[in-house]
Design a protein around this ligand. Structure first.
Ligand SMILES: Cc1cc2nc3c(=O)[nH]c(=O)nc-3n(C[C@H](O)[C@H](O)[C@H](O)COP(=O)(O)OP(=O)(O)OC[C@H]3O[C@@H](n4cnc5c(N)ncnc54)[C@H](O)[C@@H]3O)c2cc1C
Length: 351
């Protein structure tokens, strides 16, 4: 399977089904697509696969996956990636699907925010709660500084070499990056609204030792204002109990976590309620024929936001999707235990 992050946009990629979302349900859907006899590509707005499992609870145990008594969310994602390996599914990461257009031949043109274009017979939305986006600094003056002085991720640590940097947040990302920047930035200050952290205990201990050793600073407070005369960040006002402090800073890295936003999918004219898409439970098709919704993004009476529910939904949706990709063919169901082609593929990629 080819996993590509942030690649160069090329000409339209023609495939049977585009799976939007590389969470657990999108990954299993890719396996089912292969079993059903459909080609597919997966697209996810995040730079890694796994959806909520990896973003929200990678090291927590999951107990309700059939035949796996216990595994961590990360292990589940690893197993799903292993399961789809026989089908060599292209996975495009860091690409958010933005627009869709149905052509006269009933196929869909789907475009990502990077300009990559897909030509597909059906679209399977396994988009969870929507695309994860970083929680932004809620300050009026922040917009023109974003990308230059205010950042929500650290794609290139060298950018901060010799600079004064504030890292804001109290989770794993904030502590990890504050610690990583010690030997790189001229000055690093971790700013968090309280003296308790949601980061791993070992990271918190390491941060405290680094502060004691004078390698970095820590300040309790919340970022209240950015002082950027002429569009260049010079200092940051930190609100504290009983007053404010001014901190010299050329860059702020705000790592407050991710929020999910259905975003562009909400504008595709699909019927839904409260950010979830209404589906027909006989095939998980939405109000737009050829577009399916499975996993947490799907809504129907008594919907359970469980991984195993999403697996079932994907399986039925892809059987209907087949009729769009191959309207003149009759698909004959073969149990996987009797599927010799599948057995060969699995054997060929077994490690
Ligand atoms: C703390 C916690 C514990 C949980 N424990 C369990 C458990 O024990 N058992 C269980 O069954 N369930 C559990 N769940 C729920 C389970 O994680 C979800 O049901 C599951 O992740 C849903 O999978 P999904 O693939 O539908 O969506 P998600 O995992 O949310 O993945 C959706 C993906 O779609 C991508 N996406 C969205 N919009 C776009 C777009 N426009 N373009 C490109 N990509 C897009 C997102 O970036 C994301 O990666 C838990 C959830 C949490 C938060």
């Amino acid at each position: 399977m080819s996993v590509e992050v942030n690649g160069v946009a090329s000409g339209p990629l023609r495939t049977d089904v585009l799976i939007v979302g590389a969470g657990p349900v999108g990954l299993f859907a890719a396996f089912e697509a292969g079993v059903v006899g459909l080609s597919c590509h997966i697209v996810d707005g995040l730079p890694r696969v796994g959806g909520q499992c990896i973003e929200l609870y990678p090291d927590k145990p999951i107990y309700d996956i059939p035949a796996i008594p216990s595994c961590t969310a990360r292990e589940l994602v690893e197993r799903l990636m292993e399961q789809i390996r026989p089908f060599d599914v292209p996975v495009h990461l860091d690409e958010r699907v933005e627009t869709i257009e149905q052509r006269e031949d009933r196929r869909w043109t789907v475009t990502t925010h990077r300009g990559r274009v897909f030509d597909v017979a059906a679209i399977l939305l396994a988009a969870g709660n929507g695309a994860f986006v970083p929680q932004r600094l809620a300050l009026d003056e922040v917009a023109p500084l974003e990308g230059r002085h205010v950042h929500y991720s650290v794609p290139d640590i060298a950018k901060f070499a010799g600079r004064s940097v504030i890292v804001a947040g109290g989770g794993d990302s904030a502590l990890d990056w504050a610690l990583a920047l010690r030997g790189v930035a001229r000055r690093v200050t971790l700013v968090h609204r309280r003296n308790g952290f949601s980061a791993a205990v070992a990271s918190v201990e390491q941060m405290k030792r680094a502060v004691e050793a004078g390698e970095m600073d820590f300040m309790v407070g919340a970022i209240g204002a950015l002082n950027a005369p002429g569009g260049t960040l010079e200092s940051v006002e930190v609100k504290q109990i009983g007053g404010t402090a001014q901190l010299e800073a050329e860059h702020v890295i705000a790592l407050y976590g991710l929020v999910a936003d259905l975003g562009p999918i909400a504008n595709w004219g699909i019927e839904g309620v409260a950010g979830k898409l209404t589906v027909d439970t006989s095939n998980y098709e939405t109000s737009r024929p050829g577009i399916f919704a499975v996993g947490d993004v799907a809504n129907y009476p008594n919907k359970q936001k469980l991984i195993l529910s999403g697996f079932h939904e994907a399986s039925l949706a892809l059987r209907k999707a087949y009729t769009y990709a191959y309207p003149d063919k009759k698909r004959v169901h073969v149990h996987s235990s009797y599927d010799t082609k599948l057995a060969e593929k699995v054997a060929a990629t077994a490690t």
